[in-house]
Design a protein around this ligand. Structure first.
Ligand SMILES: [Zn+2]
Length: 166
């Protein structure tokens, strides 16, 4: 089985994805699994940022992407979100992909992909679970959602080194 190929980013996307990775490291410092996300408007303004808070809150839905969308969605109209980009340190799960769909956010850039993440989770690469790729969700969307990733895999992986032991 081959792993998804890394996609190159331009400087702007690289800068924001690194911010999402920094938010993942913050999550880890606070005792959570290392995930971070931010939403950036077309003009470069950061609309929301969030770190995974599952560990500290006990809320299994406190994923970084979902939390960032909850912050941005009440404050910004769908037209503004449609031209925004959500940067996530890791490939969004199915729940977060669904939230991205409902938010109308039109573009996603992510770091480590779900398959490489499974290695950190201690699962075997050839072990299939119920996980769907976020692209499977986006492809069924009634509006286009551009999806770029995995990108900056080495940097995005660093947050996860030794982060799944306990
Ligand atoms: Zn998620």
């Amino acid at each position: 089985m081959s792993l998804p190929q890394e996609q190159a980013l331009n400087d702007v996307d690289g800068r924001y994805l690194r911010q999402a990775i920094a938010l993942a490291d913050k999550a880890r410092e606070r005792g959570n699994r290392p995930f971070g996300a931010l939403i950036v408007a077309a003009n470069g303004r950061v609309l929301a940022e969030a770190s995974n808070a599952n560990g500290e809150s006990g809320d299994c839905t406190a994923h970084a992407e979902l939390s960032a969308i909850r912050l941005a969605s009440p404050l910004h109209c769908r037209d503004a979100l449609a031209t925004a980009t959500l940067y996530s340190s890791a490939e969004p799960c199915v729940m977060c992909a669904g939230a991205i769909f409902w938010s109308a956010i039109g573009r996603v850039v992510y770091g480590i992909d779900a398959e490489r993440l499974r290695v950190f989770r201690g699962e075997r690469l050839d072990q299939k679970d119920a996980e769907l790729s976020c692209r499977d969700v986006f492809e069924r969307s009634s509006h286009p959602i551009e999806c770029i990733g995995p990108s900056l895999i080495a940097e995005a992986s660093q947050s996860h080194q030794g982060g799944w032991k306990s």
